[in-house]
Write a protein that binds this ligand. Structure first.
Ligand code: HEC
Length: 156
């Protein structure tokens, strides 16, 4: 019995870690992406990026849980992130589809996290290998924010 545990526990740990690092959720969960209905043309690519790469945390009810959510603590950690993100910086369907404007403050915060590479968070990228922003994603964000800022000049 003792020997079984001595070998069994390390094997179990290694297998668990390997499973955790494998971003299964990317492969299985294909999201339903909606095209923007309004807003500037520059919003379109950004909306699709956000629906793919930010929605898990920033839209309540859109989280696609990974299979390891049933591991001890995993679901709690994910839910804490989702609560934090979706309450502080909600990307609502109306905003993502161009039916309602992002506020200037929101635009400026989005600009900051895109520039700094803070979002999506590192731990999320570790488990979702295709969640990082590419050069062209970044450019789409900066083009969009610039266009929004231009279009609101003179407005209060
Ligand atoms: C793994 C979950 C997760 C993902 C994915 C994620 N975020 Fe966040 N985000 C958070 C959390 C948690 C916070 C609040 C705490 C913080 O600021 O670190 C946050 C905060 C923010 C803020 C507010 C920062 C501030 O200064 O108040 C912005 C803007 C933001 N996220 C943008 C994005 C964008 C854009 C994406 C996609 C490219 C994204 N996030 C993807 C979890 C996430």
């Amino acid at each position: 019995m003792k020997k079984v545990l001595k070998i069994g526990i390390p094997v179990f740990l290694v297998v668990s870690l390997a499973l955790l690092a494998f971003p299964l959720s990317n492969n299985f969960a294909k999201r339903q992406i909606e095209e923007p209905l309004g807003g500037l043309p520059e919003l379109k690519p950004v909306s699709i990026i956000m629906q793919n790469k930010c929605a898990d945390c920033h839209i309540k009810g859109k989280t696609i849980y990974p299979f390891y959510k049933d591991f001890p603590f995993a679901k709690q950690l994910i839910d804490d992130d989702v609560k934090d993100a979706s309450e502080n910086m909600p990307f609502t369907r109306e905003k993502l589809l161009g039916l309602q404007e992002f506020s200037r403050l929101e635009l400026s915060k989005i600009h900051t996290v895109i520039e700094s590479g803070e979002m999506p968070p590192g731990k999320y990228k570790l488990l979702h290998w295709d969640a990082g922003l590419t050069e062209s994603d970044r450019k789409a964000f900066t083009d969009w924010i610039k266009a929004e800022t231009e279009s609101r000049k003179g407005q209060r």
